[in-house]
Design a protein around this ligand. Sequence first.
Ligand code: GSH
Length: 227
Amino acid sequence: MPDLRLISFHTCPYVQRAAFVLEAKGVDYEIQYIDLANKPDWFLALSPLGKVPLLQVDGDEVLFESQVIAEYIEETQTPRMHPESALRRAKHRAYIELISAALVPAWRLTTVKTKEEVDTVAAALRRLLERLEQAHSGKTFFDGKTVSLVDAAAGPLLQRIAWAQEFAPLGLFAELPKLTAWHKALLRTPALQASAVPDLRERSVAAYTGWLGDKSKRDATGADHDA
Ligand SMILES: N[C@@H](CCC(=O)N[C@@H](CS)C(=O)NCC(=O)O)C(=O)O
């Protein structure tokens, strides 16, 4: 088994995706956290895009991009998380792309400054969540009773949506019963629980520096979203 080291940032949902896959397969790995506000020189030398996650394999090989890392772990470690059928596998990869696209507005919710911007960003996120609801099998996880790479990508997204809605009821899960149940099932999944530091929620909530995180502004403008 190769020697694996995951270079991480505490609250990064992309790192969590890679860690979820390692945990779901019971793979041994080390994790090293860096400060993205003060990137070390060794990290900048290793990371072509200056981003986490990185996976160092046997010391000198470096992989970047979370989904590439997830696919490498999938190809080299059991049990398989991707479906056997090429068509289903392709669809899983397509929905992982959709989840990556949804992480962009989910992250923007932490910083946008006005209620109007929050509503616009939440509406864009909601449209993607509706497509995910349509694609979900209705079983415990995205496509069955066991976790797939789609679940590894979705867990960190659904956690962040729930945390945004602790500040104001944005209605992001409203009338999406499959996503609501999926979120609950993923929260109970050991691989998601082990994919990040125990205080991930507190650290993530602290990143809300925009309108959602500012109670005085919310009170002034009224957090009158539909639930
Ligand atoms: N597409 C990349 C996105 C990774 C990413 O955006 N990571 C963020 C932290 S969550 C990062 O390293 N940001 C540092 C920067 O952009 O300078 C992946 O899937 O790995």
